[in-house]
Design a protein around this ligand. Structure first.
Ligand SMILES: Nc1ncnc2c1ncn2[C@@H]1O[C@H](COP(=O)(O)OP(=O)(O)OP(=O)(O)O)[C@@H](O)[C@H]1O
Ligand SMILES: CC(=O)N[C@H]1[C@@H]2OC[C@@H](O2)[C@@H](O)[C@@H]1O[C@H](C)C(=O)O
Length: 397
């Protein structure tokens, strides 16, 4: 009789553990750092019980950010640099995990798996690339084998390719976890994540999984960050200090909102490949606002983020009882959150802490949960998303 090799034995053993300790990793479009969430899961699918054991965002240094920026969301890159970074990021993320584990006094041997998102380098759904004959595509780097070998922990990575292969756009994937962690019969809910890009998941009160909708909305912080870096030499507009000092320029706001992406039906996906400084400059040209005060640009971009979120939520036509729970870095931006509340007076706006999910940790938790599903879940049909289990397995030996 042929026996399972040691890797498959390890996989079976991990899958069969009733309680799993998993690490979720998210390195998002803001390039601010690596989110590391150590989570405990019992069960799978809609019966998943979850506990956040530890969480840390390990900030990236300027040198590393500049390395990523050489290949991030650019049509033309140095292929050698891209190849080197694929291995380097995997290995670097492994080092950061080991440092976190040492700080938390958790032995690597006690961790059942790592679920790694990797670093998105280029996001190219058909709606963005528009090249006939080519499918939806996206690329995340930071290879899982490097993480598995360096940490000694079973690693699951590259989650988005299965979604693409099965007919999706590769993003957003948040809905799989949002349904499991955030759905509540009797309450219409929206889970809103404001990262570099903003996205939302609508969870209907009747818990009808086929009516769940998850979509990207447009820029979250990405344009604000880019303009802060260009005009103020600041990584981001901390606590909206700049936005609160300026005023909204109506002509620029109208020009920013004037893009076909916002008329496309939900769900849809986007990235900094569209929402970047060239997008801002084009809108300034169209609205003859190239010479307005820099603070007014930041204020208008912050209003733009809130307005596009409000417009997307308006499409659900829910006039009462809607509860929104925010997460992601933008949930800390008081200008955006207050502006959103003004635009949506009938919506309760809180944050995911109220659901037991730390807002800054949410995306890393979602990937930890996708890892748990990859190990012991069953494909779940949600909305019109592919009914698949995502992620590729990498073994330490
Ligand atoms: N105190 C704060 N005030 C204003 N903005 C903040 C604050 N804290 C964080 N942010 C914003 O949040 C951003 C980081 O958000 P987050 O880590 O959720 O993004 P990400 O995960 O990289 O993006 P994505 O979800 O698109 O992949 C920062 O770049 C900044 O713009
Ligand atoms: C291609 C990619 O990395 N997309 C990210 C990004 O960050 C937010 C938004 O754009 C979302 O579509 C996605 O991440 C989250 C985790 C998602 O897939 O749900």
């Amino acid at each position: 009789m042929i026996s399972l090799n040691t890797n498959l034995q390890r996989l079976f053993a991990a899958a069969q553990k009733p309680v799993k300790l998993g690490i979720g990793l998210m390195s998002g479009t803001s390039l601010d750092g690596l989110d590391v969430a150590l989570c405990k899961f019992t069960g799978s699918g809609l019966n998943t019980q979850f506990e956040l054991v530890q969480f840390k965002t390990v900030p990236y240094g300027d040198e590393f950010k500049n390395e990523i920026k050489q290949v991030f969301s650019r049509k033309l890159v140095d292929l050698e640099k891209l190849t080197l970074l694929n291995a380097y990021i995997g290995s670097f993320h492994a080092e950061l995990i080991l440092e976190c584990l040492a700080g938390w006094k958790v032995a690597a041997a006690d961790v059942d798996y790592i679920a790694s998102h990797g670093q998105t380098i280029y996001h190219a759904p058909q709606s963005l690339h528009g090249i006939a004959g080519y499918p939806n595509a996206t690329l995340q780097i930071g290879d899982g084998d490097h993480i598995a070998v360096k940490t000694g922990i079973l690693t699951i990575s590259d989650f988005r390719q299965k979604h693409l292969a099965a007919g999706g756009e590769g993003a957003p994937l948040a809905l799989y976890g949002d349904v499991i962690l955030g759905s509540q019969t009797g309450q219409n809910r929206i889970l809103l994540n404001i990262g570099g890009i903003a996205n939302l998941t609508y969870l209907p009160a009747d818990s009808d999984a086929t009516a769940v909708m998850c979509t990207d909305i447009g820029p979250g912080n990405t344009l604000i960050d880019a303009a802060c870096q260009l005009y103020f030499e600041k990584a981001y507009d901390e606590d909206s200090a700049i936005a609160l000092s300026g005023s909204v320029n109506g002509a620029l706001l109208t020009a920013l909102l004037n893009h076909d992406f916002f008329n496309q039906p939900l769900p849809k996906t986007t990235g900094p490949e569209l929402f970047n400084l060239a997008y801002l400059q084009h809108a300034q040209q169209q609205s003859a606002t190239l010479n307005i005060a820099h603070a007014d640009i930041i204020t208008t971009l912050s209003a733009f983020t809130a307005q596009t979120i409000a417009n997307a939520i308006g499409l659900f036509n829910i006039n009462s009882g809607l509860r929104l729970f925010a997460s992601g870095g933008g949930a800390h931006n008081p200008f955006i959150m207050r502006y959103l509340q003004k635009l949506l007076p009938h919506v309760y706006i809180g944050n995911t802490n109220e659901l037991g999910i730390q807002p800054d940790a949410k995306e890393a938790i979602l990937f930890a949960l996708l890892g748990n599903e990859a190990l012991c879940g069953q494909p779940i049909k949600i909305g019109n998303n592919p009914q698949v289990l995502m992620g590729k397995f990498s073994f330490p030996v």
